[in-house]
Design a binder for this molecule. Structure first.
Ligand code: SF4
Length: 373
């Protein structure tokens, strides 16, 4: 049972039934509705209303139970999830990636060092292997296999894709929808050694989406782990907090006062898509990043976070008109309809409508150069 909303709680209270004690304030809230809304947010206690019926108490207690335990291993938290789908609220703890090292094997130190040295940076986040599990010995920054096996976790040994995925989905549904305590332990998938990395990557990617709390590998392969961590980062972003970059003027390939000028929003994925293209252009450029609360171009425009006024203020803040001689700004193609409005507001600059997709920037710049020659 998912958590109750204020409205669902209210239906049980005296005001909804126009009964005695309606809005009596005994609970400390001015109305039954106010009490119901507070209770839904866990800002009050159901016992404060002496007129709450037993039926409400029962379903409230059931719905308030933590569906999945949180387990902390060497500082890495897993589990604690409350929803089946990220858009319902958010996922709490990302799928941890753990590698097993057998210290009885002669090459264990090499493997250990490879794992420790592995680090990727993606969308400003530094990403490393979360956990090392050691067999036949321990190190200060690892957990022994024996201790790992004592943790309140459910193990699924991956032998068959259909069986593993069905188990993962069943466990998560039982935990979240039915709050069944038998399924409240976080679940991890254990992968035996395999040389088929493509299959392993495909399966592990699916298990990250649905619904492994941890993946445990016998082998360490940098390409595999990089791919998995990339998909993991995409799944485990909070939809209510878009990834953002700093709003400022970014420079690519040492621009000067005559260089090309592009513009976009501070939504991280948009920024990096455009930045990667500008970096690889054979010409220098600027990228003006507008503060749009981390929204993508069209979303920002429709939410009035990318307006001519905001663009003008950003240019003013960085005194950009005085820094460059080229007064032409290339805006995203999706904002073509803003051209006149922008030119009206920013009299110092001419607006050029650019591409809809970042990958087309290179061809766009080639054509721009040909037309200018
Ligand atoms: Fe309503 Fe109960 Fe609060 Fe009285 S005590 S206002 S009945 S919720």
């Amino acid at each position: 049972m998912t958590e109750l909303s204020g409205l669902q709680i209210f239906k049980y209270l005296p005001a909804a039934k126009k009964a005695e004690h309606t809005n009596c304030k005994t609970c400390g809230s001015p109305t039954c509705m106010a009490f119901a809304l507070k209770l839904a947010k866990k800002q009050t206690d159901i016992e404060k209303c002496p007129y709450a019926p037993d039926a409400l108490k029962q379903i409230y207690i059931q719905s308030s139970k933590q569906p999945q335990k949180t387990v902390e291993i060497n500082g890495v938290k897993i589990g604690g999830e409350n929803v089946l789908y990220r858009h319902e609220k958010t996922f709490i703890n990302k799928t941890a990636i753990a590698i097993i090292i057998d210290m009885a094997k002669s090459d264990w130190q090499k493997k250990y060092q490879q794992i420790k040295d592995f680090e990727i940076t993606r969308v400003n986040e530094k990403i490393k292997v979360d956990l090392i599990i050691t067999k036949n010995g321990t190190l200060s920054d690892t957990i022994s296999y024996e201790d790992f096996k004592k943790l309140p976790l459910t193990e699924i040994i991956d032998e068959n894709f259909n069986e593993t995925s069905e188990k993962l989905i069943n466990i998560r549904k039982k935990a979240i929808l039915e709050k069944d305590e038998k399924y409240s332990n976080p679940a991890y998938v254990y992968f035996n050694h395999t040389d088929n990395l493509k299959l392993l990557c495909a399966k592990a990617s699916f298990y990250i989406c649905k619904y492994a709390n941890m993946l445990v590998f016998e082998d360490f392969d940098e390409t595999l782990i990089t791919s998995l961590m990339t998909i993991r980062q995409n799944i485990f972003t909070d939809p209510q907090k878009p990834l953002q970059v700093e709003s400022k003027i970014y420079e690519f390939n040492n621009p000067d006062e005559n260089s090309l000028i592009f513009m976009t929003t501070n939504f991280a994925l948009t920024f990096f898509a455009v930045a990667n293209e500008l970096e690889s252009l054979p010409v220098p450029s600027y990228l003006i990043v507008i503060p749009a609360e981390g929204m993508s171009v069209l979303t920002a425009w429709s939410a009035e976070k990318f307006t001519a006024k905001i663009v003008a203020n950003t240019l003013k803040k960085f005194d950009f008109a005085n820094k460059v001689k080229n007064h032409k700004i290339i805006i995203p193609g999706l904002l073509a309809h803003m051209k006149d409005e922008l030119e009206e507001e920013i009299k110092d600059f001419e607006i050029i409508v650019g591409t809809i997709e970042a990958f087309a920037i290179s061809d766009f710049v080639k054509n721009l150069k040909i037309n200018q020659e």
